[in-house]
Design a protein around this ligand. Structure first.
Ligand code: SF4
Length: 212
């Protein structure tokens, strides 16, 4: 992508989505970690529906580490993969309380020692908490960045590396959220709304989809 179009892309995304931030609701780093773990393969909307009761019952890692599995499963039942996620939440809370003194690790390597926390989840947590500059690649970022020609990698890791090379680190946080929001609202899978897209003029996939 030539520099002129890169500027155009950033300007148009900034105009379309003036408040780029996660749609997950949280009031503390603990709540962020739990919400992000729950959001894998699940909508933020559904996560936001279950977390108020969950955070009331288990307000910190200490209480979550001691949670009864069946009770936790009932609380998060509407969430996709709730059985596995319940086990991961308790196990991760135990690791954070027992190995890290109840504090969220500030490096990706340490954070990924927690069950259920993979590269994307760790990147989101570290980026949102400001511990590191990260460019988390979820299904929307992966799809939209490839359609826009910002990346061509076939894996999440490859696309993440390409995006980090292509853009200055100061743009990573916002661009990550812009691509997610654009993927949810306009550049949808499998059928993007190209005729309504403010990026159509600079998108190499526009003609592919409108002529399809
Ligand atoms: S023009 Fe179509 S494919 Fe390109 S970013 Fe917009 S919606 Fe996505």
């Amino acid at each position: 992508m030539v520099i002129q179009n890169k500027r155009k892309l950033l300007n148009r995304l900034a105009k379309a989505y003036p408040n780029p931030s996660t749609e997950l609701l949280f009031t503390s780093p603990y709540e962020l970690v739990v919400a992000v773990m729950l959001s894998a393969q699940c909508t933020d909307k559904k996560v936001n529906q279950v977390t108020p009761a969950l955070f009331k019952r288990y307000p910190d890692f200490q209480s979550l580490a001691k949670a009864k599995l069946s009770e936790l499963q009932t609380l998060i039942k509407p969430i996709n993969y709730y059985l596995t996620k319940s086990k991961h939440l308790i196990a991760a809370a135990k690791v954070i309380t027992e190995q890290f003194g109840g504090k969220i690790p500030e490096t990706r390597e340490a954070l990924m020692k927690c069950p259920g926390i993979g590269q994307k989840t760790a990147n989101v947590v570290l980026g949102e908490l400001g511990h590191a500059k990260t460019f988390p690649v979820d299904t929307h970022v992966f799809r939209v960045s490839r359609r826009l020609g910002l990346a061509s990698g076939k894996t999440v890791q490859e696309v993440e590396e390409e995006l980090m090379q292509e853009f200055d680190a100061k743009y990573w946080h916002n661009l990550h959220h812009w691509l997610i929001l654009h993927g949810r609202r306009v550049c949808k899978a499998p059928r993007p709304l190209c005729r309504e897209c403010s990026l159509a003029e600079i998108c190499p996939s526009y003609l592919i989809f409108v002529e399809d």
